[in-house]
Write a protein that binds this ligand. Sequence first.
Ligand code: ADP
Ligand code: ZN
Length: 603
Amino acid sequence: MTTPLHVLNHTFGYQQFRGQQAAIIDTLCAGNNALVLMPTGGGKSLCYQVPALVRPGCAVVVSPLIALMQDQVDTLKALGIDAAFLNSTLSFDAVQKVERDLRQGHLKLLYVAPERLTQPRTLALLRSVNINLFAIDEAHCVAQWGHDFRADYLQLSLLAEHFPHVPRIALTATADMRTREEIAQRLGLTQARHFVSSFDRPNIQYRITEKRQAREQLLRFIQHEHPGQCGIVYCLSRKRVEDTAHWLSLRGVQALPYHAGMSNEERALHQQRFLQEDAIVMVATIAFGMGIDKPDVRFVAHLDIPKSIEGYYQETGRAGRDGEPATAWMAYGFNDVVLLSNMLKESSGSEEHKRREHHKLDAMLGLCEAAGCRRQLLLKYFGEEAPEPCGNCDNCLHPPQQWDATIAVQKALSCIYRTGERFGVNHLISVLRGADNENIRRHHHQMVSTYGIGQDLSPHAWRSIYRQLVAMQLVIVDTEAYGALKLTEACRPVLKGEQTVWLRQEQMSTKTTPKRTAKSADLHPEDQALFQALRGLRKRLAEFEKVPPYIIFNDATLIQMAEERPLTQHELMRINGVGDKKRDKYGADFLEIIHQHEYPEEA
Ligand code: ADP
Ligand code: ZN
């Protein structure tokens, strides 16, 4: 019998298991159940794919992401694994063929949509063959508490009754305790071993910057740090998606829009290009991304603040799934806060629901305005303690200066009070700075005692102060009067001079420091040239086979090839990501390119 390690080395071409993969795989191979919580990019798929190959019979993978089954099956086939899927997109004949293959024992992995799995016909079929395990992917869909409940998933509880001797593994990247307990209970996994991984994604660098001219900042970020690389830019509205994609395109970035208002064909086309090409920047609403499994997304940028830390974590988690360095970049400003507060107010839903959403938004703001390590805060939000600051977020890399802002804060607060808690941030700043404009004159605000007392600070500095006051909940945004700021009880000790307030000094320069991006940027120039040549070959092969380039080899594999320069098939096997099948299929072509670079005089 083959061992898990043998399968890992020869079929997947990887040297060793990551994190808890080996323990999870052993659990399944021994016939036991498992519940796995692992962040996106952690390597969940191998946890069931390896046991599926080690154990006799066929594994059944339940996934709600019908649109991606084809892609997953293609990836497996490229590794020489017999895989197929059953869902509503298949023709009658195609279904017949899959069922025949299954009955004849020709399949090792079968992907099935939940609603199809629970049909009596499918259950009868599965009972008539040798099923070696059930993998329930995106298992949080079974939880009503979670953010992505699917009624079809509730039916999956019957797997335990119908197949008591087949091991089950449930996998999700959703963290919180309540969801986990609900999954275990509904899928009959309370006795199963639970594998909970850290939610840290150390290769992602978190950066949150003050919004000035958001698009210009974004363009500079892309040009300086991720030129010619693949990324996702999230915007709040369809219009902003359209405008931003167009604007970036005019400036030489290959940007494509994606949002729910586009036709299905156009969306599918853009998604396809994003998956297949290696330098597309997708500008999208959050409609884009669920289940997108592209390993080499080098950055995720937010032009608007997400509604919650859960959302932020999930969206940024799409960067750097291959474990190579990636950047999560965001620009946010006061208007974002006002806009989201208003959206919350107008949303349907109970008061309780709105309160919960507001709470989440407040936590997100807290993350934006934090002066300490962003990663520590993020992890803490998910119930994890990180003992040390991470060293790979903006606040760790360039610790923000703190200043005693007590007096400025008193001015800012009393300006709200003196003008009757009826005005938004722009007007308040005009009053503080002693501006002379029509609004000031109309409301006779030259007469209030705070008029002109804030000329020592720039409008930017005042804006930053007000943002931090909102994040500290000394001030709230009144959604009844569009964007007006109001004081909260917590202001009292500050106004009375009983409490000192330290604030974060805004970085005055908006220049982005060029950072390590993908490791390819660290390659020696000579290796760099080879890396580019290998990429070129990969692109030609991908186009020829009509598959995304990473299906052939991912960036990490090409980088290692460029550095180690294997010259024989045997040496090639030492590279991560090269298994038997890919060596046979592509080995000669890649070795030829490497040979040409090693011995140019022969070429
Ligand atoms: P998840 O489903 O948890 O988001 P995936 O299963 O898609 O993550 O794995 C993320 C990436 O990590 C994939 O490119 C996968 O091939 C790679 N990977 C997983 N396990 C290993 C391993 N043991 N060694 C090297 N690469 C791995
Ligand atoms: Zn940090």
